[in-house]
Design a binder for this molecule. Structure first.
Ligand code: PFF
Length: 457
């Protein structure tokens, strides 16, 4: 087959792809979301299921997604259409791309609001307002902050502008440069925080909570959420990694690359958990405090540690950068589609996409104050109305369904010969293992969790 080339350019090296894909994967999902859902779903058993999902479902789907992207070399909608045609299948497969674009808008709409919280906390920390705060003060500061929609709106708007600026500049100059220094920086700071938690937190209790599984706590919704989170945290199931794969050089190894990305992503999440829970227990906080968890716990640590203002501000700056490099990937498929199919300039496409997402974000802005309402999702109490609805809909349903379709397409609809050619890892054990996982284990696992989640099994 003659190889396609992406009109948007290509990563300058495999390392650049790894950095960008890791930049997409590592974000609020690891540092903000993983700890709070782990807290809500009771700790160890949830973490174990999440790890199993990363290995048995996430990794195979990631390889499939990158492979499809690199073969199609276009936005996910066109890529799926082209590859379906090549395999003699219906163009309906491009629905995967459409649902991904929609999921990208919905996710970024709330992602940007939460990233706005992180920006606000850069300033709160730097101003010294958090020095010496106890758990109660940190909690009430957070509470009054999120119940002020105007503040949330301002920070959300700022984050959308930042995101649009990078997207408008394009793959190489924009995306690559942003992640090169930030990821190692974030990692280093997490280690500093870990030092704090080891010496000042209830470290053993925190570790036990995270790693000692108590399966009696594992509810149906915990399974569904753990699986959904595996997709969310690895940026899978919506075409983001497919899009990035379309900029990947032909000779880069997809298998090894995926292992590195998933490994780093998981490491960051576990580190974040090991930092947060010792602080939670040492200060008598509630692990199930919900989306505010890190904003209620970390300020306590920064307020007490030497050079806390410095480390605290830097930490939130890096968190914003991590969110930034993820946000970019959330709308890159939509922007690429507008450029490829609607003949728009990159700048125009970016402005359009950013405006729509910004407007959708108002739903989340209001979910923490005037529009807040509680409901129970398969036995877990949620307090933040439409924000939670958006999150559950995208993370627990749209992404896993997208992943299911991707796994099925790669191993049932596509010809095996084309897959072997594109993955270029020979026909050895590694390939056969991946093929088996993606063809049987991943789809059956997904279907099982869905049926179980809906109470049908
Ligand atoms: N993986 C990102 C995180 O963990 O914060 C979120 C995300 C980015 C999800 C891109 C989906 C996506 F396509």
């Amino acid at each position: 087959m003659q190889q396609r080339v992406s009109i948007h350019g290509q990563w300058s090296s495999r390392l650049a792809f790894i950095l960008a894909a890791t930049g997409s994967a590592v974000g609020l999902g690891n540092i903000w979301k993983f700890p709070y859902i782990t807290g809500e779903y009771g700790g160890g058993a949830f973490v174990l299921v999440y790890l199993a999902c990363v290995v048995a479902i996430g990794l195979p789907v990631m390889m499939a997604e990158i492979m499809l992207g690199r073969r199609g070399r276009q936005n996910p909608i066109n890529t799926m259409g082209t590859l379906a045609e090549e395999a003699g299948r219906s163009r309906f497969w491009s629905l995967i791309g459409w649902s991904g674009v929609l999921a990208g808008f919905l996710i970024l709409s709330y992602y940007s609001v939460i990233a706005g919280w992180a920006i606000a906390y850069v300033f709160k920390t730097a101003s010294g307002a958090l020095i010496g705060v106890d758990a109660e003060t940190a909690g009430s500061l957070f509470g009054s902050f999120v119940s002020d929609p105007w503040q949330l709106l301002a920070w959300h708007s700022l984050f959308m502008v930042l995101t649009a600026l990078v997207i408008a500049r394009g793959v190489q100059s924009g995306l690559e440069r942003a992640v090169r220094w930030l990821m190692p920086g974030l990692f280093a700071l997490l280690l500093v925080l870990l030092g704090y938690s080891i010496s000042n937190g209830a470290f053993v209790e925190g570790l036990e909570f995270l790693f000692k599984p108590d399966f009696s706590k594992l509810s149906t919704s915990a399974l569904l959420t753990a699986m959904g989170h595996a997709f969310f945290t690895l940026s899978l199931g919506m075409g983001a990694i497919m899009m990035y794969g379309s900029y990947l050089a032909q000779d880069a190894s997809i298998g090894k690359t995926s292992l590195i990305i998933a490994g780093l992503d998981t490491l960051v999440a576990l580190l974040a958990g090991m930092v947060i829970f010792p602080i939670v227990f040492a200060n008598g906080l509630e692990p199930a405090a919900g989306p505010g968890l890190i904003f209620k716990t970390l300020p306590i640590a920064f307020g007490q540690m030497p050079m806390g203002i410095f480390f605290g501000s830097l930490f939130f700056v890096l968190l914003v950068f991590a969110a930034w490099s993820s946000a970019i990937s959330l709308v890159e498929p939509a922007v690429a589609w507008l450029v490829e199919n609607r003949d728009m300039s990159r700048i125009k496409a970016t402005v359009l996409v950013a405006l729509v997402t910004w407007a959708l974000g108002l739903i989340t802005v209001m979910s923490f104050s005037d529009w807040a309402f509680g409901f129970s999702f398969l036995g877990v109490q949620k307090e933040n109305g439409l924000f939670d609805v958006l999150d559950l809909l995208t993370t627990n349903f749209m992404l896993p369904l997208g992943g299911l379709a991707i796994a099925l397409f790669a191993t049932w609809a596509m010809q095996r010969k084309a897959v072997t050619e594109e993955l270029a890892m020979g026909e050895g054990l590694a390939f056969r293992g991946w093929y088996f996982l993606t063809r049987y284990v991943t789809p059956l696992g997904l279907v099982f969790v869905f049926l179980n989640g809906l109470g049908l099994l």
